[in-house]
Design a protein. Structure first.
Length: 750
């Protein structure tokens, strides 16, 4: 299964998005498709053996729209900027033309609308033929896109917002043309001939105003993407064949040696091979303090070198850099569709046809009831104009765009709108210990051997232990190796190495069978652990992990290993609990050590001595209690549990596997990011509900009023111009409300 994101063109409303979605889903081999009207993107899952990009593009083209692959980590070039500027200027020209003419027509129509003959309004402004001449360019040049869109919709046998606008303005315009050419038809019936040119022109002007403001607002919602792309360096200083060259960023290759001076931007990802410095990574990780970098440390492209000068070897370039992956993830998240949007999609699917039916029914009812063609026409036009589904289509995606962008600014990567929505419902947070609550950099603090062991034998035991642990990727193994190196112990080769998940490691060194691991594992293998159990318990009470060592099946030593808690752990746990969440710790450590660590951060529920293959079962057990569960972890062994949890949250400093399996990634590894993510989710969903309320209330209240429900009671009809303004304002209010999320700030819950 392959994934594809397309940038769409030609959409005018949520109904267009629905049409494109149906067209793409009809292509054989397409498994899933989600079209986001706000981002003008389509996220597609497809089987590459059955279909390809060309076939999908062809389906979109046949539906009357455009589709191009979304470029990853490519800043907007001069041509794209020029095209966007030209399009904006063309829209503004049409807006100004329609606006000025609408004002003239409105002023000229005041005597007819009010019955007042004001001396400052020249009579020629109310001349029907002049109004026809003024209105025609507005109708057919300024409003051309509505006719084009309506024609495309007609060919597909669907109805969109363009259909409503084209029908509504055409009804007002051609009714007025008929009056202009045949005024006697109305005078013969005792009616005063009236035209509605100002209605047709004003509606076009108001809709163009709404589109202009909407485009500007939608551009602002994508500010996070542009900011991220703008972080990328333009050039890099590389060393090739002993010569220092400055080349465009696109020419940097993996393996190139890159020179970075103080104050410069690091161009790509790499590993320091010479020199040292401090680097400001705030723009990528959200971490305000500069991070020290020295030999062997990784550096991230787009971060800022502060004090020193160093060289590094490029390890990831182009679309593979850390920044490019962030941009890709944010783009995909902004283009995804939240489950709550299904309601809006279902409504817009039948909304436009229903509105057309209501408009026709309105005409028929009023004409039959009064015989007044003008009244019947005006009410029909009002219904067509006011009932625009744009606000429904924008309600969710605009908020999602701003919310995910704001998350990226705070060092939180949210994979999709569904994750953003579900995060607000979390009831239980399960925290892995090592690397999540703790720094993940354990150190050996105690090395205790059996009674009577001489010092020389201690070093020999340490050599055996570290030689075996050197083959392990577990942080505990790395701690043992570092401790041995600090004691200047030389390591030897190991045969038959085996890592037993959740238990320990074993191998053969110098013909001796060596095993290092948990107390439970040692007892399962039949080792007598009684002699060192008191010392082990003392270490566990001190929040230290105990590693047991057996040589030839006999216990010879234990090691106390401490892993410092992250400074933010206790505060983050407290904040999560104040948000009403149950916090649970999950660890493979023995219960004494686990409970000691949990107590120090304020956690009361602990799952201890849990093997990696048992983590999934613990998550399932919590879900079985009917709770929405989030899992926070950083290791490879956390990946299955992260994937199973309702919301998987990966620590960005952890493994790529854990990050890939998660729904949310905390780039900096600070647990306060969990609090921020939940608060952001709640703020975004609150914003979406407000947007949907705005969108629905306009139509629920507006359509009956436009249909003339108040006319029999108060003798009042909604002016079509006001209907057009209300329609434009509904979309604008939804987008403006979504933009309020840009002011989101984390609330203190301490």
């Amino acid at each position: 299964m392959d994934n594809l994101t397309l940038k769409l063109g030609g959409m005018s409303c949520a109904s267009c998005a629905s049409s494109i979605e149906q067209a793409i889903k009809s292509v054989p081999g397409v498994i899933e498709c989600s079209v986001n009207f706000g981002m003008e993107q389509a996220a597609i899952q497809y089987d590459s053996k059955q279909t390809n990009l060309a076939a999908i593009q062809s389906a979109v083209d046949a539906a009357g729209y455009e589709a191009l692959p979304l470029q990853e980590m490519v800043a907007e070039d001069d041509t794209a900027k020029a095209d966007r500027k030209s399009e904006s200027q063309n829209l503004q020209r049409k807006l100004w033309t329609a606006g000025i003419i609408s004002i003239l027509l409105f002023v000229g129509g005041i005597p007819a609308m009010t019955g007042l003959h004001l001396p400052f309004i020249p009579a020629w402004l109310h001349n029907f033929w002049l109004q026809l001449v003024l209105t025609s360019p507005v109708q057919f040049w300024c409003g051309k896109s509505f006719y084009v869109g309506a024609w495309k919709s007609l060919k597909r046998r669907v109805a969109t917002m363009d259909t409503l606008i084209a029908l509504g303005t055409s009804a007002a315009y051609f009714y007025s043309v008929f009056v202009t050419f045949f005024p006697g038809f109305f005078t013969a019936q005792g009616l005063t001939p009236s035209v509605y040119y100002e209605v047709a022109a004003s509606v076009v002007a108001l809709i163009l105003l709404g589109k202009t403001l909407e485009n500007r607002a939608k551009g602002e919602t994508s500010e996070a993407i542009r900011k991220l792309m703008g972080l990328q360096a333009k050039t890099a200083r590389i060393v090739r064949n002993g010569e220092e060259l400055e080349v465009p960023i696109a020419q940097v290759e993996i393996g190139d040696i890159v020179q970075v001076r103080p104050g410069e931007q690091i161009p790509v990802d790499g590993e320091v091979i010479e020199g040292s410095s401090t680097v400001d990574e705030a723009m990528v990780t959200g971490e305000s303090l500069a991070v020290k970098k020295q030999l062997g440390d990784e550096v991230i492209g787009a971060t800022i070198n502060k004090t020193g000068s160093f060289k590094f070897r490029a390890t990831r370039v182009g679309k593979d850099t850390f920044l490019a992956q962030i941009v890709k993830m944010v783009q995909e998240a902004q283009g995804s569709k939240a489950p709550i949007q299904k309601l809006a999609d279902q409504v817009t699917g039948w909304f436009v046809p229903a509105v057309i039916a209501v408009a026709l029914a309105t005409f028929v009812i009023w004409f039959n009831a009064t015989g007044n063609t003008t009244l019947a026409t005006v009410t029909m036009v009002e219904v067509l104009i006011i009932a625009c589904p744009c606000a429904l289509g924008l309600a969710t995606p605009t908020a999602v765009m701003v919310g995910t962008g704001k998350g990226a600014e705070n060092g939180i990567l949210i994979k999709g709108a569904d994750s953003l929505e579900l995060a607000q419902k979390i009831q239980v947070i399960v925290l892995d210990k090592t690397g999540t609550l703790t720094e993940g950099k354990p150190t050996v603090t105690d090395f205790v051997t059996v009674k009577g062991t001489a010092n020389s034998n201690e070093l020999k035991l340490l050599q055996l232990a570290a030689s075996v642990e050197r083959n392990s990727e577990h942080p505990v193994g790395e701690a043992v190796v570092r401790y041995a190196q600090s004691q200047e112990v030389n390591l030897t080769d190991v045969r038959d190495f085996e890592a037993v998940a959740g238990s320990g490691v074993r191998g053969v060194v110098g013909g001796k069978s060596i095993a290092l691991g948990t107390l439970r594992w040692m007892q399962e293998m039949g080792c007598d652990t009684e002699y060192l159990e008191l010392r082990a318990r003392a270490l566990e009470v001190s929040s230290k992990t105990v590693v047991w060592m057996a040589v030839e099946g006999k216990i010879e030593a234990i090691m106390g290993i401490a892993d410092a808690l992250k400074p933010s752990s206790a505060q983050a746990v407290k904040a999560l609990q104040k948000l009403g969440l149950e916090v649970v710790m999950l660890t493979g450590d023995n219960r004494s050590t686990a409970e000691s660590i949990a107590q120090s951060v304020g956690i009361t529920r602990v799952f201890a001595e849990v093997r990696p293959d048992q983590k999934v079962a613990k998550i399932q057990a919590l879900q079985g209690e009917g709770k929405i569960v989030a899992m926070v972890g950083d290791g490879i062994n956390d990946a299955p549990a992260l994937a199973l949890a309702d919301v998987g949250i990966a620590i960005g400093t952890g493994t790529d596997v854990a990050i890939a399996a998660s729904d949310i990634t905390l780039i900096s590894g600070d647990l306060q990011g969990i609090v921020t993510a939940i608060q952001l989710s709640r703020a975004t969903m609150r914003n979406i509900r407000e947007n949907l309320f705005f969108a629905f209330i306009y139509n629920i209240a507006g359509i009956p009023i436009a249909a003339g429900i108040l006319y029999p009671i108060f003798g009042w009809l909604l002016n079509p111009i006001i209907a057009g303004g209300a329609m434009a304002f509904s979309s604008l209010s939804v987008v403006t409300n979504a933009l309020r999320l840009r002011n989101f700030k984390v609330k203190s819950v301490a």
